[in-house]
Design a protein around this ligand. Structure first.
Ligand SMILES: Nc1ncnc2c1ncn2[C@@H]1O[C@H](COP(=O)(O)OP(=O)(O)OP(=O)(O)O)[C@@H](O)[C@H]1O
Length: 202
């Protein structure tokens, strides 16, 4: 496998009439993690969408090698299905490797064992987030783009996410985490998005 890499050069992001940021550059390779911080509305989610190539930057470019695993606020799980069946859909799409042991272990690790028969629409915010993490782990992607992964999680689950990110980078993956909450991962760099300054509009 080629070592993953994610680089952005001189990015600018415009939303409506506002230039959220400009001149933003970053470079990450396998084994590295970056915490993107900033107040509400500074463009953390927009940056993640640009890096995932779901949003075109106003200026600048993104280069990457490696597969992307995106975890954001939209949870692509069928609300009407029991969680187990909703996740089985992704198992087929993502072609999760046939590692039943690891899958069973993850179900327990993420506290999902008793929830597999519960319709997705009845799950709490934190339970949904745990389910989304389960899918992320199943994807086996090189590059993790995590948008507010700690929202709705209790203390134990926050510690678990921190451990999962640490494990991911220790095994050669790369992670970029946008979060207004502190996240403790050894060696993680920080990129702070500044507050909106009307004077910088294009
Ligand atoms: N499609 C859109 N059109 C116009 N403006 C948008 C659009 N999407 C987002 N915005 C605006 O862009 C700004 C940045 O949004 P974004 O979600 O990237 O911020 P954020 O830093 O992730 O915020 P939060 O911490 O609240 O999640 C916000 O002011 C938002 O209202």
């Amino acid at each position: 496998m080629e070592a993953p890499r994610l680089a952005a050069r001189d990015l600018a992001c415009r939303r409506g009439e506002r230039l959220l940021f400009r001149g933003l550059s970053l470079e990450l390779s396998g084994g590295q993690a970056l915490h993107v911080t900033g107040s509400n509305g500074t463009g953390k989610s927009s940056l993640i969408r640009i890096l995932a190539r779901l949003l075109r930057p106003y200026a600048g470019e993104v280069e990457r090698s490696g597969t992307i695993g995106l975890l954001d606020q939209t949870m692509a799980l069928d609300e009407h299905l029991p969680l187990g069946r909703a996740l089985a859909f992704w198992r087929r799409i993502d072609r999760w490797p046939d590692r039943d042991d690891a899958t069973g272990e993850r179900v327990g690790q993420l506290g999902l064992r008793d929830l597999m028969d519960v319709p997705v629409r009845y799950l709490s915010t934190g339970q949904r987030k745990r389910a989304a993490l389960f899918r992320l782990l199943g994807q086996g992607a090189d590059i993790w783009l995590l948008d507010e992964p700690l929202n709705g999680l209790d203390r134990d689950a926050v510690a678990l996410v921190e451990a999962l990110v640490a494990q991911h980078i220790a095994s050669g993956g790369l992670a970029l985490v946008a979060s207004h909450q502190p996240i403790a991962v050894a060696g993680m760099a920080v990129l702070h998005l500044p507050d909106y300054a009307p004077g910088v509009d294009a």
